[in-house]
Design a protein around this ligand. Structure first.
Ligand SMILES: [Zn+2]
Length: 321
């Protein structure tokens, strides 16, 4: 059998199941009636290469965060590296303060990060503790002992660390007062950016899906070499458009942290757009990515239109088109 990613002919036993939707985003029991889009077979070498990519995305992406909030399987703790930012948007002293999610029993709940709020006109600039060292350029030294700097932290120890850091840069405080408790059910604004590995990861979902629905032989055509090289090696060759993976929904918006109903499904579809093949991948019913899988297909175009819905809650997959 030929692998659809490296295109190397290998014995069947060197192949392994690859999930269309990475398992970190839910597990599904597919229906056995073909075409079953749950898995495709790819070679072990490509499979382990993708594992590294997937593990990285799982802990550092908007989808990874949504997975946490949904309590999806996986022991990996989310790492807030800066790609995903969550801030309180209610008016008041905590406006703009940073939160993240921490485990509480079997759930993940929002918690205020250790941070300091520096005066900025009528507002405050909230800076998380772990970003303070690199933020000498925030001009912390323009704050003097008369400025009121707010400090919040989940523990006293974390709060002391913030104070020590500020004293180091600013000099000293006049006095320590007590902050009012932060809101229990905060309204949070999420913002995130999607890096290059993330786009490759989305492109892989789309290409896996095309392989599962249109067939292995079809996607082995050289028309797909460009997207293959992009997914496998991150190579952005001339056969691809300027943006092979685009986000076509809003990235910055308000979310109600308690309302998870809207995150109940993924949806993937693929179809022709003139001579191009374009897939749409909607994860957790929220962000939609558009993936250009092929530009100017040269052969006779077969029918490939397909749409599947992955119901995360019921762990079911349904073909819609
Ligand atoms: Zn391979």
């Amino acid at each position: 059998m030929k692998c659809i990613y490296c295109c190397i002919e290998r014995p069947d036993e060197e192949f392994t199941d690859e999930h269309i939707i990475p398992r970190q985003l839910g597990t599904f029991q597919g229906r056995r009636t073909p075409p079953d889009p749950i898995t495709i077979r790819i070679c072990g070498t490509c499979h382990s290469r993708f594992n590294a990519l997937e593990n990285r995305i799982a802990v550092d992406s908007w989808e990874g965060l949504t997975r946490l909030r949904r309590e999806e399987a996986g022991s990996t703790r989310f790492q807030f590296s800066g790609r995903v930012q969550l801030r309180l948007i209610e008016p008041g002293i905590y406006h703009g303060a940073h939160v993240w999610y921490v485990p509480q029993g079997r759930r993940y709940v929002p918690e205020m990060r250790a941070q300091a709020g520096f005066p900025d006109g009528d507002e405050r600039i909230w800076v998380p503790f772990d970003q303070m060292r690199s933020l000498a350029d925030l001009e912390l030294n323009r704050y003097g002992p008369d400025d009121v700097i707010y400090i919040v932290a989940p523990t006293e120890e974390a709060g002391n660390a913030v104070v020590a850091e500020i004293v180091r840069v600013v000099g000293s405080f006049n006095e320590h007062g007590k902050m009012p408790p932060p809101p229990e059910r905060p309204l949070v604004e999420q913002a995130f950016d999607v890096g290059h590995p993330h786009r490759r990861w989305v492109a892989k979902i789309a290409f896996n899906y095309l392989a599962a629905t249109a067939g292995r032989d079809f996607v082995l055509a050289s028309d797909f070499d460009a997207i293959r090289a992009y997914i496998t090696h991150g190579k952005h060759g001339p056969g691809l458009g300027p943006r092979p993976v685009e986000i076509i929904t809003e990235q910055d918006r308000e979310v109600d942290v308690e309302d998870l109903q809207w995150t109940d499904q993924h949806r993937i579809s693929v179809d022709w757009r003139a001579q191009d093949i374009v897939a749409q991948v909607t994860l957790y019913n929220d962000i939609t990515y558009e993936v250009q899988l092929c530009r100017y297909f040269r052969g006779a175009p077969p029918r490939i239109a397909a749409t599947h819905r992955y119901d995360v809650r019921k762990r079911r997959v349904e073909r819609l088109v």
